[in-house]
Design a protein around this ligand. Structure first.
Ligand code: FAD
Length: 472
């Protein structure tokens, strides 16, 4: 076999079924295709990939090249479209197989189909995707997938067996003759038309892209600091790198395998015992799988306004309030702080994501898909299933039997940021306001607010009245 290995959202050598299949090849050409269309504005006026994720991707590709190089191979990165690039390379190097990861989202599946068409009689083999559980391990068929997470969880929660992901191989087949001449340096962010992101010292995600950094974080969180043993108590935090695992950006581009995370978690539990926190990390990883299976089951539905329910009850407006939300200038400090953190760093806590999404949908009554698209551009850990699945869920058009999930933003602020440390971190203009008013600057005289340069709220929602004053 003379094979091409097409890396996509699987930028690692560990637990990589397509790579394992390529080990027997006489020669193997590993490639990654960076499509500039990802960087262009789409129907929502946003990009599919913004500067933070692009930086993280480039770091991941540098790391992958280094890992391949250590094993006698190289990564060919091509700027263009996969359908053109792959067919051309297959012809040029007389290859007879293309090996790649199975895709689950509609656009990515369509792309794989276009590549297969271009390849004609050359086989394109797809290998199991980045899920935890494979279809044969699920205790139901896809069309019997439970519509709600609690039901899904009850069927798979006690499935505690250790997965056996395969480690990275020691050596790789050689490149086809002549392929080395095609290798080129990676483009820079400015060559891709993106400015350089500023490095922000208070980022909750101060890590780099790539498999070594991902495995390093896994080791730290499970073995060195053992932060995982307090996860259930810390996971609603918003400041710093340690309140949650921070695995998501590496999981999203496949630098880290979900099965490796769980194999290590089981090893940790075998040595130190399972506790509520270690178990909770497993439950959160099951949420990820649940959204992935839901996407498989429902195809493009999670991306539509009416979501899985195909109703039209989610708000569809889009006006200045969306712009204010996206720029962190609504006048609601907890929302603004989270949106500014996202823009500055590409990361936002799960708590923050729930609050800002609910605020956009329920308080500002804006079209949730624009919120999801904004996240898609800006999140380091953007993943189609988790992002659109969570947004649809909060908009009341996902799997939730409830019509919508409303988070009272001021109540959340009082509960999760009682000392206003988080809003002070991201909203410098409020640092001189007395601490007791930092969540409610809208109670200040409007002249004062104007002088601070912070926006005034339109109206104070009735539901906020019990939380207007900080409890001493
Ligand atoms: P931890 O709390 O340490 O959790 C461990 C892992 O469990 C995560 O890395 C993730 O893989 C999984 N997980 C945890 N919560 C969820 C969840 N609600 N849904 C799916 N998987 C989960 N996660 C993404 O990976 N990509 C996205 O694009 C994304 N968009 C989101 C949009 C909204 C509106 C909301 C409310 C949540 C979104 N999430 C997304 C889920 C969640 O917020 C992040 O996975 C989590 O904050 C990442 O930080 P962590 O790795 O430290 O998570």
């Amino acid at each position: 076999m003379r094979a091409l290995l097409w890396f996509k959202q699987d930028l690692r050598l560990d637990d990589h079924p397509a790579l394992q299949a390529g080990l027997a090849a006489e020669c193997l050409l590993p490639i990654y295709v960076l499509d500039p269309a990802q960087l262009q504005l789409n129907e929502f006026g946003t990009r599919r990939m913004g500067v933070h994720r692009a930086r993280f991707l480039l770091e991941s590709l540098v790391a992958l090249e280094s890992e391949l190089h250590q094993r006698g191979s190289h990564l060919l990165v091509i700027i263009g479209t996969a359908e053109q690039a792959i067919a051309q390379l297959v012809a040029q190097f007389d290859l007879d197989q293309v090996l790649t990861l199975e895709e689950i989202a509609p656009d990515e599946r369509a792309q794989v189909n276009r590549v297969a068409q271009q390849l004609g009689s050359i086989a394109l083999q797809q290998f199991p995707a980045n899920d935890l559980l494979h279809s044969e391990e699920l205790p139901f068929t896809l069309d019997q997938l439970p519509p709600v997470f609690s039901h899904f969880r009850s069927l798979v929660e006690e499935r505690l067996q250790v997965f056996q992901p395969r480690h990275a191989p020691q050596r790789l087949p050689l490149l086809p003759d002549g392929a080395l001449a095609l290798m080129q340096p990676l483009p820079t962010l400015s060559q891709l038309g993106l400015g350089d992101p500023l490095s922000v010292p208070s980022s909750a995600f101060p890590f780099s892209g790539g498999e070594p950094a991902a495995l390093g974080r896994l080791r730290d969180y499970l073995w060195n600091t053992q932060g995982v043993r307090q996860y259930k108590d810390t996971r609603n935090g918003m400041i710093g790198s340690e309140y949650s695992s921070k695995f998501s950006p590496w999981l999203a581009n496949g630098s880290l395998s979900a099965r490796r995370v769980i194999a290590e978690l089981r090893r940790h539990e075998a040595q130190y015992k399972r506790n509520d926190s270690t178990h909770w990390l497993w439950i959160e990883m099951l949420w990820r799988d649940f959204f992935r299976w839901t996407l498989r089951r429902h195809g493009s539905a999670p991306f539509k306004a009416g979501g899985l329910k195909a109703t039209e009850h989610a708000p569809q407006q889009l006006d200045q309030r969306f712009q204010d939300w996206s720029r962190g200038r609504t006048g609601m400090p907890l929302v603004d702080a989270n949106m500014r953190e996202l823009a500055a760093t590409g990361f936002m806590s799960n708590r923050g994501r729930q609050v800002v999404a609910s605020y956009l949908i329920n308080d500002l009554q804006q079209d949730w898909r624009h919120g999801a698209a904004w996240f898609e551009e800006h999140l380091l850990d953007y993943d189609p299933a988790s992002n659109w699945g969570n947004w649809a869920y909060l908009a009341g058009v996902g799997n939730d039997p409830r019509q919508s999930r409303v988070f009272n933003a001021l109540r959340q602020a009082r509960q999760y940021d009682p000392e206003a440390h988080y809003v002070s971190l991201w909203l410098p203009e409020l640092r001189d306001v007395p601490q007791s008013l930092r969540h409610t600057p809208f109670l200040l005289a409007s002249g004062h607010l104007h002088n601070l340069g912070y926006p005034q709220l339109d109206t104070i929602p009735e539901s906020w009245k019990p939380y207007l004053h900080a409890v001493a």
